[in-house]
Design a protein around this ligand. Structure first.
Ligand code: 0X9
Ligand code: ZN
Length: 300
């Protein structure tokens, strides 16, 4: 099993997903949804009892940004919680499928672990530049190329040559678009840091058509989170409470019509440690965030 008192390599995370799924074959499966630029597998776990066709489903991505190590740590804690305590979640798992991709940016995550702790982007080569990588959270199609992105391959918010130029974002969107057995309802992107639950849009200052509904569920989720360890969270649209950033997975999930609800959860902390969050905070962060996810899952 994994431990949540330290951060783990991609290999450890992938082995954990396969091992725990093998122990709970009746309600889970590991699915390889694609291959990264450097040839690593994108591994997702589906957790849920065999339902009918088009079962309600929630999708979570972690570590779209390589240096945000708390995201996969929390995502794997969720997997462990659902499967190890499966008897607590019998009703939920009969109604909802959880699709959890703990490490979306597999190449970047490994690079951050081995070479450059503060790496954010993918690791794809850029023609005409010695700078590597595209910001995968600027590479999705909804609002692609809008405010809060760059055409400079050396920028941390480089958008890539076109929407879904990165095999990682392409694999995610293909999987979601083609998964006919999933009735997608909630999308939750796990990032750090700043303790916020963000709703679309990130590509425009306009509010989305169902903003009230998005915000209300976000506030309920944040209240449940805060109740655990008194951690304060802000809730609002990306452009309202953070800043514009176009081409995010959250805007695409909502804007493509695939999901009714879409959020980015910016996990702990608010800047004391930032991306270098001590491992001693993994468990409390996971515990509190799990209550927020349960509010979202139970709203479906
Ligand atoms: O800028 C981002 O991609 C996210 N912040 S981070 O510090 N983790 O990089 C915020 C994402 C919010 N959503 C969109 N901009 N669509
Ligand atoms: Zn991020």
């Amino acid at each position: 099993a994994l431990t949540w008192t330290n951060y783990h390599t991609l290999a450890e995370i992938h082995t954990f997903l396969q091992d725990i799924s093998n122990q709970h074959k009746d309600i889970s499966e590991v699915i390889n949804i694609g291959t990264s630029t450097e040839g690593r597998t994108l591994k997702l776990i589906r957790i849920g009892a065999n339902g009918g066709t088009r079962k309600k489903a929630i999708f979570m991505d972690g570590a779209i940004h390589a240096r945000e190590w708390i995201a996969p740590a929390v995502a794997t804690w969720f997997v462990n919680e659902l499967l190890t305590n499966r008897n607590k979640y019998t009703t939920l798992l009969s109604q909802v499928d959880f699709y959890i991709l703990p490490v979306a940016n597999v190449d970047g995550y490994e690079y951050s672990r081995t070479t450059d702790r503060m790496w954010r982007k993918t690791r794809s080569a850029n023609s005409g530049s010695t700078c590597r990588g595209t910001d995968p959270n600027r590479n999705f199609a909804t609002g692609y190329g809008g405010p809060g992105t760059s055409t400079n391959p050396c920028s941390e918010i480089y958008r890539g040559t076109r929407a879904f130029s990165e095999p990682e974002t392409k694999a995610m969107s293909d999987f979601i678009n083609n998964r006919s057995t999933a009735n997608w309802i909630v999308y939750a992107a796990l990032h750090s840091y700043s303790q916020m639950i963000l709703t679309p849009w990130g590509y425009t200052y306009d509010f989305p058509p169902t903003y009230t509904e998005l915000k209300n569920l976000g506030v309920r989720a944040a209240n449940a989170l805060t109740a655990v360890h008194r951690t304060s969270y802000e809730v609002g649209s990306i452009t309202e409470i953070l800043s514009p950033g176009s081409g995010g997975s959250d805007d695409w999930a909502y804007g493509s019509g695939n999901f009714r609800y879409s959020y980015t959860i910016e996990l702990r902390d608010t800047g004391r440690y930032g991306f270098l969050l001590p491992a001693s905070q993994i468990i409390p962060t996971a515990q509190e965030t799990w209550e927020a996810v349960l509010v979202m899952a139970n709203a479906m």
